[in-house]
Ligand binder design. Structure first.
Ligand SMILES: C[S@@+](CC[C@H](N)C(=O)[O-])C[C@H]1O[C@@H](n2cnc3c(N)ncnc32)[C@H](O)[C@@H]1O
Length: 278
């Protein structure tokens, strides 16, 4: 097994190609996987950012190599993830129309069992400049268990409570639904450097809280700035992340060191403070 790029306590980062590193891991290792893969949306188009017209391109890693190669790439990393996932484990994969239908097809082809297709609704999505179609304002996060018979974790009561916070005037006691309204990433989550497709901590907080327990081992094969690992650290899960870009991993390390400093300053009971990070 190659040496980690960074390791401190239960937070481990590998630098390299996800397929190559997955191939070096043993079978049935992880309780949960969150994958935020290339969406293949860097097609030289434009979008709107802070009121300005900017390119949609995120980097070469996000460019489509054509239908068949994209399918073959997704199929390979999904197979790798399936092998390293425990029998009762589950996997989340995020995407947009550019990749998510291929991911859904390949999850089924590889005998995963899709549990939910979560809609992450972005209430503050930027406007659409072309005015030729509806404004994109959501992403899809597919949640699947390893097989039809897997006994996946779902922290039902926790999600129900979360959906009915005490400070709401009316406690409606409704179940958590599959449309989640979570704003775009706030600026303070980017203070250690920018990643072009960084996910908000709140999205990962919900995913990890819903489908894993304290002490579980979680993998993110496309970890970028390490959002999954930061939430794992706060929620006391063990974490392994992989990325092919060192600059992104360096942002992840800075974010991890910052959150650990805060965790050490406060007692484990004082989770409320840390949750303000989220
Ligand atoms: C959508 S971003 C993930 C962002 C991350 N969720 C975050 O919050 O920062 C996808 C990441 O996959 C990485 N990547 C692309 N192809 C890869 C590959 N074959 N192996 C490993 N990492 C790869 C990119 O460098 C990029 O950081």
């Amino acid at each position: 097994m190659i040496k980690p790029y960074f390791q401190e306590e239960n937070f481990i980062l590998y630098h390299g190609d996800a397929l190559n590193i997955l191939n070096q891991m043993e079978n049935n290792k992880f309780d949960l996987i969150f994958a935020d893969p290339p969406y293949f949306l860097s097609n030289d188009g434009v979008t709107c950012k802070s009121g300005k017209m900017v390119s949609v391109n995120k980097g070469d890693w996000d460019k489509s190599k054509g239908f068949n190669e994209d399918i073959s790439f997704i199929d390979s990393w999904l197979k790798g993830c399936k092998r390293v996932l425990k029998e009762d484990g589950s996997i989340w994969v995020s995407g947009t129309l550019h990749n998510i239908y291929k991911v859904g097809y390949l999850l089924e082809k590889n005998d995963f069992h899709i549990i939910n297709d979560i809609i992450w609704f972005k209430p503050n999505a930027p406007p659409n400049l072309s005015c030729k179609y509806f404004t994109h304002s959501h992403e899809v996060v597919l949640w699947a268990r390893k097989s039809k018979i897997s006994q996946h974790i779902y922290n039902y009561e926790k999600m129900k409570k979360w959906n009915n916070p005490k400070d709401k005037l009316k406690n409606t006691d409704k179940q958590m639904r599959s449309v989640w309204s979570i704003p775009l990433i706030p600026n303070n989550e980017k203070k250690f450097g920018k990643h072009p497709t960084q996910k908000p901590l709140e999205l990962l907080n919900r995913i990890i809280s819903a489908s894993s327990n304290e002490g579980d081992l979680i993998l993110d094969p496309f970890t970028g700035s390490g959002t999954t690992g930061i939430v794992c650290s706060i929620l006391k899960r063990e974490f392994i992340g992989i990325d092919s870009n060192k600059e992104y991993l360096d942002v992840a390390i800075k974010r991890f060191k910052d959150i650990r400093k805060s965790e050490l300053l406060f007692s484990p009971e004082d989770q409320n403070h840390l949750m303000k990070y989220i």
